[in-house]
Design a protein around this ligand. Structure first.
Ligand code: WT7
Length: 635
């Protein structure tokens, strides 16, 4: 019996128990049966929670792209690996076969080597959702370079900060990108970023929009002519199981983004295993995840997970609202998509439009539908389940994080009965626990607490690039001996998990994970601002929107507050990105603080939500009088 695929509920529970009782045997078999290795491991794993050190498949040698591409060529060479659907529906879709993907990745790998990229070097990829993005990612992995994909919606300063943090010498970008009816000049954003990132020596530029760009002599090179000259063959680099595969930045509670480092073998094994089970992928299926490859969802479940399984994975360049609100359903019908994976924010934005946009499509090809990124509220769950899944497709609500590398808690379709708003049960190999404030594990069901994972799993992040101390402190100190997720959760009467949301300073807006600190830093740079605090408040479509409380300096008085609000949002947009703009800005004369100087966000959150009923314990407040003023001025 292969443990790779779960067959029924009984088999799930059996496997789950086995994975807890004999984790070495469990993972050893999965890794042994399903991948190609240059050399097998000495030991399945070892770990030290105190030092936050984790190693998997120790001393094994492999290359993940051999597993994603080469080993499929004999049987699936002519099968579509990547199905590219362009932004403009009139432009033809591209079916990139495994054979073609091999040649394109090999060429790109050879170009990167010619440009001096070596094993271990970091390459920053700032590209829209076009095939070159997938090819660039895989080409880095092919030669052992560490890819750092930066979402192409990020601003120049966010790009610069990420490039500098991991010291990338080479950037891959494009002239521009299409998003709905807009064209965005990506290259000029990179140009601006590089003024603040002087370490970059080369920029390879993909032509996508034919936008006029400025090419800096000696630094910027058009990519296509280099690819045309390159050889379509490449010998993959031999990588150690624990060599870094990629860095992906996520926000934290300080201004500096955290470069989460994922390594090779554990990430490969876990993303492949979860993809197969959670999407129930079968050989001729067409699978589509609507995320951007700039996020972990795209890394694990557009590229690596599907390709490791020899799947056909759709890559969509555009947005759900262009040319109209039927675009998703149109693509599902056009390509006969079998598995569809998207975010609650997308569902909510489509659910508010006329039902006709979805109802005119039969969507009979769909077998499984999935959700990821934030809690899916009951209304959105039903809309998705009824109108997209036709009440016939299991809806998998998948809980996981950039840090976990792969899906941790999720129903297994056709096996785990679903329940609205519940991510349900952990995957075999995953050991979630709920903790109380006294750091005790909460046993039993019908309880809530802080969600931790008490045993290592293969795809867990290994460190924060350049700052292991921060890794330790952020994830392994609040609850010693456990990984702390930052989320709160509830366990119901049958042991199903429901994620209730962040318990830290992260706010999820339209599925984007935003730290409060970098946004407050941006606001505070405005010359008229003395201090600020932001909190989230419920929003019909975005899930949460941002509410800012801002104290102005003396000099700020007399200026028009409307103008200040616009300027503040412009600063945020420039420094963090447009997604982080505030929906509401209230100017106040003080912020509620504890005696130790910490802003009591709990109170601000309540006010922003419009709930003045109970602010909890306010006895430690230094300046309770400001609460009244803030309440009266609520927007
Ligand atoms: C945070 C991680 C992992 C993919 C995208 C987000 C929230 C994610 C769910 C879900 C409730 C969810 C959590 C988590 N989250 N999926 N199914 N139900 N909450 O990755 O940006 O690292 O964010 O997203 O709060 O901690 P990320």
């Amino acid at each position: 019996m292969s443990y790779y695929k779960i067959h029924d509920l009984e088999n799930y529970f059996k496997m789950y128990k086995k994975s807890v009782r004999e984790p070495r045997k469990f993972w050893d078999k999965i890794a042994d049966d399903n991948f190609s290795w240059y050399q097998k491991w000495e030991k399945v794993f070892d770990f030290d929670f105190q030092e936050a050190k984790f190693r998997w498949f120790i001393d094994a040698k492999l290359n993940i792209t051999k597993n994603c591409i080469d080993r499929h060529l004999a049987r699936r060479g002519d099968k579509t690996a990547i199905l590219f659907e362009p932004n403009n529906p009139d432009e033809e879709a591209q079916h990139i076969t495994y054979n073609e993907l091999y040649a394109r990745v090999a060429k790109m790998a050879n170009v990167l080597r010619e440009q001096g990229v070596q094993k271990g070097d970091r390459v920053c990829i700032y590209l829209p959702m076009i095939p070159e993005l997938a090819v660039a990612v895989l080409a880095c992995a092919r030669i052992g370079a560490v890819h750092s994909v930066v979402f192409a919606g990020f601003s120049a300063s966010a790009v610069a900060a990420r490039i500098n943090d991991c010291d990338s010498k080479l950037v891959i970008t494009s002239d521009g990108s299409y998003r709905g009816d807009k064209t965005i000049d990506l290259k000029s954003i990179v140009d601006e970023a590089l003024e603040k990132a002087p370490g970059v020596e080369k920029v390879l530029v993909v032509k996508r929009t034919n936008t006029n760009v400025n090419m800096k002599e000696g630094r910027d090179i058009w990519l296509q002519p280099l690819l045309d000259e390159a050889i379509p063959n490449n010998v993959a680099e031999v990588m150690d199981a624990e060599d870094p595969l990629f860095i992906l930045y996520t926000s934290g509670s300080t201004g500096k983004p955290k470069g989460m480092v994922h390594t090779t073998a554990g990430y490969m094994v876990y993303t492949a295993y979860t993809f197969k089970n959670i999407f129930n992928y079968e050989e001729n299926d067409v699978y589509w995840c609507t995320a951007d490859i700039g996020w972990i969802t795209g890394h694990s479940y557009i590229l690596y997970g599907p390709l490791l399984n020899g799947a056909t994975t759709v890559m969509f360049e555009g947005v759900p609202s262009y040319p109209n609100f039927s675009r998703f359903w149109d693509i599902i019908e056009k390509h006969q998509v079998n598995q569809f994976y998207t975010a609650p924010t997308a569902i909510r934005s489509l659910a508010k439009e006329s039902i006709d946009f979805v109802q005119k499509y039969p969507l009979k090809s769909l077998k499984v539908i999935g959700s990821v990124g934030e809690p899916i509220n009951e209304e959105a769950w039903h809309w998705y389940n009824d109108h997209v899944g036709g009440k016939r497709c299991p809806l998998v609500d998948t809980w996981w994080q950039t840090e976990t590398g792969g899906i941790m808690i999720s129903p297994i379709p056709f096996i785990t009965p679903t329940k609205p708003t519940y991510a349900t049960l952990p995957l075999p190999g995953v050991q979630p626990v709920l903790m109380d404030e006294l750091r005790n594990e909460i046993e039993g069901n019908q309880v809530t607490g802080s969600l931790c994972i008490k045993f290592p799993w293969p795809s867990m992040a290994r460190t924060i690039w350049g700052d292991h101390q921060r890794f330790k402190e952020t994830y392994f100190t609040a609850f010693p001996g456990k990984y702390f997720t930052g989320d709160g959760a509830l366990r119901d009467e049958v042991g199903y998990y429901r994620i209730t949301g962040r318990v830290d300073d992260v706010i999820i807006v339209s599925g984007h994970n935003l730290g409060t600190a970098p946004i407050e830093d941006a606001i505070n740079e405005h010359p008229a601002v003395a201090e600020s605090a932001i909190v989230g408040f419920p929003h019909d479509i975005k899930g949460n929107a941002l509410y800012g409380f801002v104290i102005l300096k003396e000099t700020g008085e007399g200026r028009k507050q409307e103008n200040l609000a616009i300027e503040i949002n412009q600063l945020i947009s420039d420094q963090v990105g447009p997604i982080a703009k505030l929906d509401k800005i209230q100017f106040v004369s003080g912020l509620p603080k504890t005696r130790s100087g910490k802003i009591m966000r709990r109170i601000l959150r309540k006010i922003a939500e419009g709930d003045f009923s109970n602010f909890g314990d306010t006895s430690t407040l230094l300046n309770p009088e400001c609460v009244e003023e803030i309440k009266n001025g609520k927007l």
